[in-house]
Design a protein around this ligand. Structure first.
Ligand SMILES: NC(=O)c1ccc[n+]([C@@H]2O[C@H](COP(=O)([O-])OP(=O)(O)OC[C@H]3O[C@@H](n4cnc5c(N)ncnc54)[C@H](OP(=O)(O)O)[C@@H]3O)[C@@H](O)[C@H]2O)c1
Length: 366
């Protein structure tokens, strides 16, 4: 590999490092991707692509990242495409909005193919979550921009797929991540066969960096409200991904809520179990299902969100009373639900240990 350094100093990429381009540069998920790349022992930022901040310092948008990126600036898509040729194999992490991501990803894959280099893509947007372009169009209300590329992507939680056959991956959404972590083991082990009812609360970063009424501080702080009850677009995604992971269809009834905090999701997932289940059995079944999963902690007691926030860890637990089982599942929406999950996929697609660069604990008393 050869080429100019991304920050103008020294060879790029450094020996043994994988160059990574980040799309959606100044967004919240991209900011977390940049933070995780800076701490990753084998990934090196090749360019943070921005439609609005190209030429501006990364640290001006993300002051908390200044120690990691003291001089680097956001780049244009054109500059990033030029940089593709500098390495035999690069990674593209997309944190662009759905609808925009697929077109740019396809453009960059075309450019990599023309340059004779390999580009491995992990998309955190919704654009490669449905295998069927019609299913995507039905949920998102516009045709898919790159249907010819869909077959090259697998969408799943890494914990729910032993091996991946496609060159690229898509990460499920943040609410979907919290739900799938509880639902898939119950269905896969036959403990639940039917309908799930979910109430979940998300922090304001789930809506991205553009301010809205639902994220504006005076309206959000010390407040709690439901929205899009039984109509949220993650419901069809969770149904499809559960069926893909277990071979069994489920019913899902989901009420999302906006909570008075910036990051994290807490989901309570209710179902009728198939019989003879105790709380201890349910927790044991979850623990066994996630025995080899580095990032899923199965707890005896209900998890607390602040124990996992800003990390790639999920925490889950279960309780049973009569014929009802509830699983509590908490993740950080920006990390396990997007940027961290994308790096987990990147590690796997590159043949690196899946946990690499992702095991830092959170700070206490955030
Ligand atoms: N927030 C979450 O918790 C979360 C969780 C899971 C998945 N996701 C998904 O991750 C993606 C990013 O989410 P986010 O919360 O980071 O959103 P965000 O804060 O709104 O950031 C998205 C960024 O994408 C760039 N962008 C905007 N329009 C674009 C276009 N037409 N073409 C290319 N880039 C464009 C903008 O950055 P520049 O101006 O720098 O280009 C924007 O800041 C979305 O697809 C979202 O659904 C988000």
């Amino acid at each position: 590999m050869s080429g100019a350094a991304a920050d103008g100093k020294g060879p790029f990429p450094e020996e043994g490092q994988w160059p990574v381009l980040v799309l959606g540069g100044s967004g919240y998920v991209a900011g977390e991707m940049l933070r995780l790349i800076a701490a990753h022992p084998r990934l090196e930022l090749a360019g943070a692509i921005s439609t609005s901040q190209a030429g501006e310092q990364i640290a001006a948008t993300f002051p908390h990242l200044a120690p990691a990126y003291p001089r680097q600036c956001f780049v244009t898509l054109e500059a990033a495409i030029e940089r593709l040729g500098a390495a035999e194999r690069s990674v593209l992490l997309s944190a662009a909005p759905h609808g925009a991501s697929a077109e740019i990803v396809a453009q960059m894959l075309d450019a990599a193919e023309s340059a004779g280099v390999t580009l491995t893509v992990v998309d955190a947007s919704a654009d490669f979550r449905f295998a069927d372009p019609e299913a995507y169009a039905a949920v998102y209300g516009h045709p898919h921009a790159a249907p010819e590329r869909l077959a090259d992507f697998t969408c799943a939680l890494p914990e729910h797929l032993k091996s991946v056959e496609t060159p690229h991956a898509a990460h499920p959404g943040c609410f979907a991540t919290s739900m799938l972590l509880g639902i898939v083991p119950l269905v896969a082990t036959g403990l639940v066969d039917g309908e799930f009812y979910v109430s979940a609360v998300t922090g304001s970063t789930g809506a991205g960096r553009t301010p809205r009424d639902t994220t504006h501080h005076p309206l959000r702080h010390n407040n709690l409200f439901a929205y899009q009850a039984l109509k949220h677009r993650h419901s069809p995604e969770v149904r499809a991904l559960t069926e893909a992971a277990t071979g069994r269809p489920i019913g899902l009834h989901f009420a999302p809520h906006s909570g008075p905090f910036a990051r994290g999701i807490y989901a309570s997932i209710f179902a009728r179990h198939t019989g003879g289940l105790t709380t201890a059995d349910a927790i044991e079944a979850l623990a066994e299902f996630y025995r080899d999963a580095a990032f899923v902690r199965v707890l005896e007691d209900p998890p607390r969100m602040k124990d996992i926030v800003a990390t790639n860890y999920a925490a889950i637990s279960a309780a049973v009373d009569g014929d009802t089982v509830v699983v509590h599942s908490t993740v950080d929406n920006l990390v396990k639900g997007a940027a961290g999950g994308s790096i987990q996929w990147t590690n796997r697609l590159l043949g690196l240990p899946e946990h690499l660069g992702l095991t830092a604990p959170t700070a206490g008393w955030l």
